[in-house]
Design a protein around this ligand. Structure first.
Ligand code: C5P
Length: 397
């Protein structure tokens, strides 16, 4: 899949730079051509000699290296790749990218390029969690920069938490996905995921136990087939996938507004566990304990996002997919739900306690379409997501 792909690899200055030596080897094994760029700090961790020996070509280090400019100017270098990979992506490099600073070869290439960029961040956990780093990452994501990792775990500096560079196979998978000309290339898909929070007052809310795992896996699977995914998520416990546009919402009404704003799209998948009701009597002042016992809450019905999208007129997405979590007569209830909501497909699952599906890693689903019910074997949620994404790719082909 990477045969003859040209990758410009910018190696930043962090202990994780050692992983890029293996990354270069693995990329070349897959037929990719790797042009390495080593920052001054990067050269403190890996030597230009080992990098160029593994890449089988010259390593570029300095902006003012006249030989390089004569052979290939920095502008050309920045554009002569199919993908630019920054690994390890240090806090400093990302800060420069976010503000558009160009004071060395790496940052100048990143500013001059019109090629897709993928960053594998790596840094100390406190640096990762710092508001400035998180702000820079949000800006870079909004600019369309892709990310892989970081992972959590023990760090070389002795601390523990997120900040470890993604492992080489993960970086390779992200590179393959970024370079994918998959079957869903250019297709816009909206995925809702996670629970909603419906406020009672400024400090209390009504929620549910959805983790967002299945919706996240679906968004990831669609993105890996090349889809342009807008991921509208309530406050989920699993982090959103890389390579998608993330829109964070809290309430069902916000979720509907976000989905509306993301349309038109060819496919909408409603995997969110949306609250059916919100508290109509919600106050903007904290409710106090009253003498007369528990205060009564008044409820009002939430919009049904799946039904609303399904009943849109001329700009209705071509394929609208919903979920049905049932505890008995799964197919019967899900078939009725498909008709009631007007969607095209329903993925139904049995969430009775004994199945261990709710909050678990596996799922056993039945796909209900106009042609009837098709039961899939029990499998991991990521596999369900891949199977669904493949199915979508087939019907859109
Ligand atoms: O009605 P029920 O909650 O069982 O329907 C489940 C399906 O409907 C899911 O796909 C869910 O995301 C969607 N839904 C929605 N908006 C709601 C309620 C459910 O999109 N208010």
């Amino acid at each position: 899949m990477l045969a003859s792909k040209r990758i410009l690899l910018i190696i930043g200055g962090g202990i994780a730079a050692f992983k890029t030596l293996d990354l270069i080897r693995r990329l070349r094994e897959r037929g990719a051509q790797v042009t390495p760029v080593l920052t001054r700090a990067g050269a403190e961790f890996v030597t230009p000699l080992s990098v160029s020996a593994l890449a089988g070509r010259k390593v570029f280090c300095d902006l003012f290296d006249l030989t390089d400019e004569a052979e290939m100017g920095h502008i050309e270098l920045s554009r002569s790749a199919d993908l630019i990979v920054v690994a390890p992506g240090t806090a400093d490099l990302m800060a420069k990218m976010a503000v558009g600073q160009a004071d060395d070869l790496a940052s100048t290439l990143l500013l001059a390029t019109d090629t897709a960029v993928l960053v594998a961040p790596a840094m100390n956990v406190r640096m990762w969690q710092h508001a400035a780093t998180q702000r820079n990452i949000a800006m870079l994501k909004a600019d369309g920069i892709g990310f892989v990792g970081p992972n959590g775990g023990d760090m070389a500096c002795g601390e523990h938490g997120p900040g470890r560079m993604a492992e080489v196979p993960e970086v390779i998978a992200a590179i393959e996905s970024a370079l994918s000309s998959g079957p869903l290339q250019g297709r816009r898909v909206v995925v809702t995921s996670g629970p909603t929070h419906e406020p009672i007052d400024p400090v209390r809310y009504i929620a549910n136990r959805s983790s967002g795992a299945q919706g996240t896996a679906i968004a990831r699977a669609l993105a890996s087939l090349g889809a342009e995914v807008v991921f509208v998520t309530g406050p989920a416990t699993v982090p959103p996938p890389d390579g998608v546009e993330v829109v964070r919402v809290e309430t069902a009404r916000e979720m509907l507004a976000a989905v509306d704003a993301a349309l038109p799209a060819e496919v909408v998948i409603c995997a969110a566990a949306v609250a059916d009701w919100h508290v109509a009597s919600a106050t903007d002042r904290k409710m106090k304990k009253t003498e007369g016992g528990m205060p009564a809450l008044e409820f009002a019905e939430n919009p049904d996002i799946l039904a609303t999208v399904s009943s849109r007129g001329a700009d209705r997405p071509g394929l609208v997919v919903g979920f049905a979590a049932e505890t008995h007569d799964v197919v019967g209830h899900a078939t009725a739900k498909r008709a009631r909501k007007g969607c095209d497909w329903i993925l139904a699952n049995d969430v009775s306690h004994a199945t261990g599906i709710m909050g678990g890693t596996e799922n056993a689903v039945t796909l209900i379409t106009e042609d009837g019910a098709e039961t899939w074997p029990r499998m991991g949620k990521a596999d369900v997501a891949r199977q669904l994404a493949d199915r979508i790719a087939r019907v859109l082909a």
